[in-house]
Design a protein around this ligand. Structure first.
Ligand code: ADP
Ligand code: MG
Length: 362
């Protein structure tokens, strides 16, 4: 599955550039998440793959076949693409088995029945085959929609924000279940979402889309730990961003000085190589309390004064003031209570990333 130089602008005033030169290659059998805010072009991208949206330029390959190119357009029904739409899209008058069998018309009855049973087994709904959609929970309905999309053994399955209508508690268990089903079925899948946790927890690869452009295409760990720029850093999770000075540079890494001390950092790939003044990026869980027995003398550690504490159960989010700068830390609550006003010695775990410092904000 691949897109090369795909652009699409919709007529509007001003014209809406939904996709702007998108290049994307998806490995067979993998699950790729396309992550971006509302309006970034995610649904347009799925439409281009499904064949319901024609690109203005570029080429599209699905299942090893060229399906869109200048002078060429394979219609949706001939693309071997399965779609799991956002919600409420089961046929209400058909039972579960009937919904799953929908894309199998034209096959012998016995083969159809066998395939439906196989798919319902796969999504764990074998016992509910004669239920109507309105007798199912939201999560069960989405699993039926997935079984329906997978039944004709498509080359690619496209999922458009498939969990957005579900309760938070249901969402995380269904995510794991859907990732397992897709992996068992060995299907190439593209999941579109604006939910970073969904993208990071489910996908083999995360493609970050912004204003119709791919701003990063990497593994979930890379996107989280080494975001391409400050915008990606803030979009895929909570970010600590501090002004810093570059001390030394070489071998792909660098050392910077900031309010949290002298830190080892990677230098961001995208953007100009920072000289002198940089922005230091960390995740809040890298800002750690210096506990008795930790390496290094406490006397040299930076000190933070607790300004706010937000307790979320397993974790606490602690806002600290360090040398006049606000820093957010995220700690397991098992680390012990902290209170507003406490002065804590801090240390940084792992490496940060150095971004160029925006000249306008200097
Ligand atoms: P997302 O799914 O990430 O929210 P979309 O692909 O739906 O983004 O939309 C991307 C941009 O293209 C938006 O600015 C949207 O308003 C515009 N757009 C999408 N579809 C159409 C359309 N059919 N007509 C006009 N503008 C559209
Ligand atoms: Mg959309």
């Amino acid at each position: 599955m691949a897109l090369e130089g795909v652009s699409r602008t919709f007529a509007a005033d001003p014209p809406a550039v939904a996709l702007d030169g998108v290049d994307l290659a998806v490995a067979a059998g993998s699950l790729t998440a396309v992550l971006g805010p509302s309006g970034s072009g995610k649904s347009t991208l799925l439409g281009v793959l499904a064949g319901t949206v024609r690109p203005d330029s570029g080429t599209v390959h699905v299942g090893g076949r060229e399906v869109d190119a200048p002078g060429r357009h394979v219609p949706p029904e001939h693309r071997r693409v399965g779609l799991v739409p956002q919600d409420g899209t089961l046929f209400p008058h058909l039972d579960v088995a009937g919904n799953v069998a929908f894309g199998l018309s034209g096959r012998p009855r016995s083969q159809r029945r066998e395939r439906v049973a196989e798919m319902l087994e796969l999504v764990g709904l074998a016992s509910l085959s004669s239920r109507r959609p309105d007798e199912l929970s939201g999560g069960q309905q989405q699993r039926v929609a997935l079984a329906r999309a997978l039944a004709p053994a498509p080359d690619v399955v496209l999922l458009d924000e498939p969990f957005s209508a579900l309760d938070t508690s249901l969402r995380s268990s269904l995510r794991a279940e859907v990732a397992r089903v897709l992996s068992d079925a060995a299907t190439t899948a593209i999941l579109v979402t604006h939910d970073q946790e969904e993208a990071l927890s489910m996908a083999d690869r995360v493609v970050v889309l912004r204003d119709g452009r791919v701003v990063q295409d990497a593994t979930p760990t890379e996107v989280y730990r080494s975001p391409a720029d400050e915008w990606v850093a803030g979009f895929v999770g909570d970010a600590v961003l501090l002004d810093g000075e570059l001390l030394g540079h070489g071998g792909g890494g660098a050392r910077v000085r900031c309010v949290l001390g002298d830190l080892d950092v990677d230098v961001a790939r995208n953007g100009p190589s920072p000289r002198g003044r940089v922005r230091v990026f960390l995740r809040p869980e890298q800002v750690w309390r210096h506990l008795p027995g930790d390496r290094g003398p406490v006397g040299e550690a930076p000190v933070g004064r607790v300004r706010r504490v937000r307790f979320t159960g397993a974790e606490m989010v602690v806002t600290l003031e360090v040398a006049g700068v606000e820093v957010t830390a995220r700690w397991p609550s098992s680390l012990g209570n902290v209170s507003v006003g406490d002065r804590l010695a801090l240390e940084v775990l792992g490496r940060g990333v150095a971004f160029p410092r925006d000249p306008d904000s200097a």
